[in-house]
Design a protein around this ligand. Structure first.
Ligand code: NIG
Ligand code: FE
Length: 452
């Protein structure tokens, strides 16, 4: 970074590169016009700010670097960003270059960060499950409801009845709402079809959204979300279907990058999960795993052993699981809004950071355990429940989240060569968005250099 950079040092700072947020403080007598973003329809955008807050350490986003701490945030004051053809061309401070015909976007004295990345959603589903609220209030647990035919099975029934078009339209509406809350990239899982035809239908809906919606969406195959009712007496046959019929079709159509499995009591055992994830690897799908959400049965240990790109939930992750993830280079993708919704405890995030496990945070948006798609609430919970610092939390929903879906080379930070994805917040600094909750503090979203 060029002159005028102020660094907020909470850890050692290695060479520049990585996330930044822009924190715009008004200069005396300058009103609110300190930040500008310049863009033009052909794709030139220039962003100018007075203060830029910039994590320059990628250690939590790059699994093999650093110590797992996400406390390297750099603040750039009087800074600007030039976006050209959807990509960040230049970042600087001081007087911005004058670019002919570029559209200038004035951030008006507000905080700017990279676009948020939601690394874990169950975006594609039919129906909702508000009927389960009453059951919960009468003391039924998540697994009680699931075992009584509610839960994932009931969403599977609704998803099987929906057409690809209906699923796509419904998910597009959810993506619109996510973008209004500041998310510019997300992951989306299948897993409510639980039959070849319906899993492929879900993944095709994701592919359509990739083509038609401004959100970047990356797809995960999760045929092993639950053994569906019709295979309850023959789970081995269902697992065979997942591995030998669904996976080859997913591979052939090239419609997913990752394979996820719900490794949990009453769903898939550790050995079944291993079998499924190893089959996924043979079909070119990188492993992810829902682990230690309700009971600790060994999912996080498996994540480390198998070299999963990420392990999700980890609410009741034991020390051996943390050690295994650290050894295996696994990113912990924590979902605090699910803990909130289930009324459960919160994942041991600090222990993970201390052990050198990079921590990402995501929404887990789904119709059952977390009908919430607002990453701002996740940010609040990251601070207030995990006790992570605002800098760690920002990193968890940007660069680390990008790494958890293998997109850290393209999104998750504001640096030359990455996509022009920015959020202008109605906030003066990072602490403010971590401390305020219940409001949408996003002022403007910029996706690939365009205002959305
Ligand atoms: O991540 N735990 C498994 N899957 C989702 C919940 C799915 C559902 O309840 O529909 C989760 O919490
Ligand atoms: Fe999930």
């Amino acid at each position: 970074m060029v002159g005028g950079v102020a660094q907020r040092l909470l850890g050692s700072l290695p060479a520049p590169g990585g996330i930044f947020a822009v924190e715009n403080k008004r200069r005396a007598g300058h009103g609110g016009a300190d930040i500008s973003i310049i863009a033009q329809p052909v794709g030139q955008m220039q962003f100018h700010t007075n203060v830029m807050l910039c994590p320059i350490q990628r250690n939590c986003g790059q699994r093999h670097q650093g110590d797992g701490h996400a406390e390297q945030i750099q603040i750039l004051r009087n800074a600007w960003v030039l976006i050209s053809q959807g990509q960040i061309a230049q970042v600087g401070t001081g007087t911005p270059p004058s670019v002919n015909g570029a559209q200038v976007v004035d951030a008006g004295g507000k905080l700017v960060t990279p676009g948020l990345v939601d690394a874990h959603t169950h975006l594609i589903f039919g129906g909702w499950r508000q009927n389960e609220l009453g059951m919960k209030l009468h003391g039924k647990s998540y697994l009680d409801i699931q075992n009584a035919g509610g839960g994932i099975q009931s969403t599977t029934n609704a998803t099987r009845q929906a057409t690809e078009e209906e699923l796509t339209q419904k998910a597009a509406k959810a993506l619109d709402e996510m973008m209004r809350f500041g998310t510019t990239t997300c992951e989306a899982k299948s897993g409510y079809g639980l039959a070849l035809e319906h899993e492929l239908k879900q993944l095709r809906a994701i592919r359509r959204l990739q083509e038609e919606h401004p959100m970047d969406v990356t797809a995960t195959f999760m045929g092993a979300h639950l053994v569906p009712a019709e295979y309850k007496q023959d789970r081995a046959e269902y697992i065979r279907l997942v591995c030998e019929e669904m996976m080859p079709a997913v591979k052939e159509q090239g419609i997913a990058k990752f394979c996820d499995v719900f490794c949990e009591a009453d769903t898939f055992t550790v050995e079944e999960s291993r079998q499924i994830l190893e089959a996924g690897l043979r079909h070119g799908l990188r492993p992810k795993i829902h682990a230690d959400e309700i009971e600790s049965i060994g999912g996080s240990q498996l994540a480390g052993e198998i070299g999963a790109i990420s392990a999700e939930h980890l609410i009741v992750c034991p020390p051996e699981g943390i050690a295994s993830m650290a050894k295996g280079g696994v990113i912990a993708c924590l979902l605090p809004a699910t803990s909130f919704c289930l009324g459960s405890t919160y994942a041991p995030a600090r222990e993970m950071v201390s052990a050198g496990v990079p921590v990402a945070m995501a929404s887990d948006f789904n119709p059952g355990s977390c009908p919430c798609l607002n990453l701002q609430f996740v940010i609040n919970l990251g601070c207030l429940r995990y006790r992570l610092t605002p800098e760690e939390v920002l990193t968890a929903v940007t660069l680390n989240a990008a790494a958890a879906i293998d997109m850290a080379d393209r999104v998750g930070s504001v640096e030359a060569g990455k996509q022009g994805d920015l959020v202008i917040w109605d906030a003066p600094d990072l602490d403010y968005i971590c401390y305020r909750f219940g409001s949408n503090l996003v002022q403007t979203v910029i996706k690939k250099g365009r205002l959305v």
